[in-house]
Design a protein around this ligand. Structure first.
Ligand code: PRP
Length: 202
């Protein structure tokens, strides 16, 4: 867990994606997704908690079709704050997905480990189709190759917060995505080059 205690200054936020940019891109994503499915086909959106909740709320209102919605929560475990790639189901789906057109809604794909695990787990339940939309993608951090059919923004390896994404559960409410500049003076703490995966509590 990163901390601003022990005389370290408050982290600074630098806006990376404005609320307007996100709104426009969400509309484009919705158009692309609508075109990818036959008219009249109901989509079953599965949002990955917690980070995907704001993106889901905006996306579902931009989609021009019938949808159903469910949520799943997973955790990654490893030594300290580093993910080992071991994923555990924290909250299962409430609605069966067999023969449904499932659209998995993620806020960010980083190492790809969470999404790879989820794709396998969902595929085993025999949906009619399974696609992924992620607001953000950090391909430079990838450990596991994984398909992401719809990507909002491809970003560099910076620690980002806002629009659902957190740092120690803060900043999720921000209407924009910002880079968290962790100006830490204590050499024992992690510096600003750490990625989301290194800093977030898992
Ligand atoms: C984030 C994000 C993805 C995952 C991606 O969730 O929502 O599910 O990390 O990381 P990966 O590609 O390296 O596996 P997080 O574990 O931070 O939980 P949260 O959404 O509850 O903050």
């Amino acid at each position: 867990m990163q901390s601003s205690a022990r005389n370290a200054p408050e982290p600074a936020l630098t806006v990376l994606l404005t609320a307007d940019q996100i709104r426009d891109r969400v509309r484009e994503l919705a158009t692309d997704i609508n075109r990818a499915y036959p008219a009249g086909r109901r989509l079953h959106l599965v949002s990955v908690l917690k980070g995907g909740f704001i993106f889901l709320a905006d996306l579902v209102r931009a989609l021009n079709r019938q949808v159903t919605i469910d949520f799943v929560a997973v955790s990654s475990y490893g030594p300290g704050t580093h993910s080992s790639g071991e994923v555990k189901l924290v909250k299962d789906l409430e609605i069966g997905i067999e023969d449904r057109d499932v659209l998995l809604v993620e806020d960010i794909v980083d190492t790809g480990q969470t999404l790879a695990w989820l794709r396998t787990a969902l595929r085993a339940r025999h949906p009619r189709s399974l696609c992924v939309v992620s607001l953000l993608d950090k391909p430079s951090r990838r450990i596991v190759e994984v398909d992401v059919e719809h990507v909002g923004f491809t970003i560099e390896d910076r620690f980002v917060v806002g629009y659902g994404l957190d740092c120690a559960e803060q900043y999720r409410h921000l209407p924009y995505v910002a880079v968290l500049d962790q100006r830490v003076e204590d050499p024992g703490e992690r510096g600003p080059d750490a990625s989301n995966g290194d800093l977030e509590e898992r």
